[in-house]
Design a binder for this molecule. Sequence first.
Ligand code: FAD
Ligand code: SF4
Ligand code: SF4
Length: 397
Amino acid sequence: MTVAPSHHKAKALKSSSRRPAKDLCSECGLCDTYYIHYVKDACAFIHQHIAELEAEAHGRSRNLDESDDRYFGVHQDMMAARKTEPVPGAQWTGIVSSIAIEMLNRGIVEGVVCIQNTEDDRFQPKPVIARTPADVLAARVNKPTLSPNLSVLEQIEESGMKRLLVIGVGCQIQALRAVEKQLGLEKLYVLGTPCVDNVTRAGLQKFLETTSRSPDTVVHYEFMQDFRVHFKHEDGSVETVPFFGLNTKELKDVFAPSCMSCFDYVNSLADLVVGYMGAPFGWQWIVVRNDRGQDMLDLVQDQLETQPVMSQGDRRQAVQQSIPAYDKGVTLPMWAAKLMGVVIERIGPKGLEYARFSIDSHFTRNYLYLKRHHPEKLEAHVPEYAKRIVAQYTLPE
Ligand code: FAD
Ligand code: SF4
Ligand code: SF4
């Protein structure tokens, strides 16, 4: 007689329930399943243990004395890449969707956990297990809101699937790695994206209404390397708003508390990470963390043009100056914000140095947020690499 695993007896919470991580919950979806049994160990906001999970996933944890490792996590390769024939409607050039499609087409996996949207709302995430390329394509483009990706975990066990690809952001992947051994899989592939400043659906609405000239027609947006937010509208037009002109006072409470307390911007535990922030404008940034990640990238190599990563400029002064400005909620007049954007774009950090600028700005802000709102969590929740990054700057009390 086979004995059912102990998690089968656990009771999932309704999605409207209060979560064990309370206000810090990022709605990763784990607690919507019987894997809530493992929440105390698995939740990124209850038990931060990135170094230990890195060692399990990649064979080692990051070398804190090596700058690129400290910033970008364990990796064996990094590059800039773009698809020679971009996927129409993808967030960037569609490298993520293309890898997932190849893995299904070649039978390497039987399913892909990815995020489509609900019928009546293009930004409301709907996690699915895609089994065909069409299902994967229907999930292209970011749903820039908290997304319960792991809510489909029970379906994986029920389906009897043995080879799976999961696409997700850092907090989701931390919880996934912690329960990986319980999923009954023979092979799990993890394709991650960086993630920062995420919001609830209501928060997204406020952000769009505060920042865009036409909130209802935005199809996607991104905080770009040219220090502007780019909104793409239904009619194909692109609206740009300089970072420095954002209404920081209004937007301060828009980001979810989980994301104001998050230090896994670069998705430390994925096998392969596809973002943009360490690459020149228009290119995607690829971080290969282990051999499994390299195998995934190899599948689309003939669809890509690539170039080595580069780094230019010095971010530190700009980061130090932005700390009190953000803290006090300063908003520049639009003409000054545009001017500052132009100057910084010309002389400011580029490539990997831009990625470090973004990591430093968010880690210092999040460290201050946690210190003020959850001082009791500061020591255990902030990973050692993030403490070292924050220690480079002078923070207000
Ligand atoms: P596509 O082929 O369009 O595929 C996008 C994939 O994202 C889909 O497979 C879908 O399943 C998945 N997805 C969509 N919404 C979500 C969600 N809410 N949670 C989890 N998965 C989702 N990159 C950076 O370099 N810096 C950043 O600051 C940054 N912030 C991001 C914030 C969010 C919320 C997300 C989802 C991504 C972020 N990225 C960031 C990654 C970047 O925007 C692109 O997603 C990535 O470069 C892949 O582009 P693509 O064209 O290959 O993706
Ligand atoms: Fe549960 Fe995920 Fe929320 Fe943590 S972040 S409480 S694991 S749903
Ligand atoms: Fe999760 Fe961090 Fe992204 Fe928020 S910013 S959704 S906590 S990975």
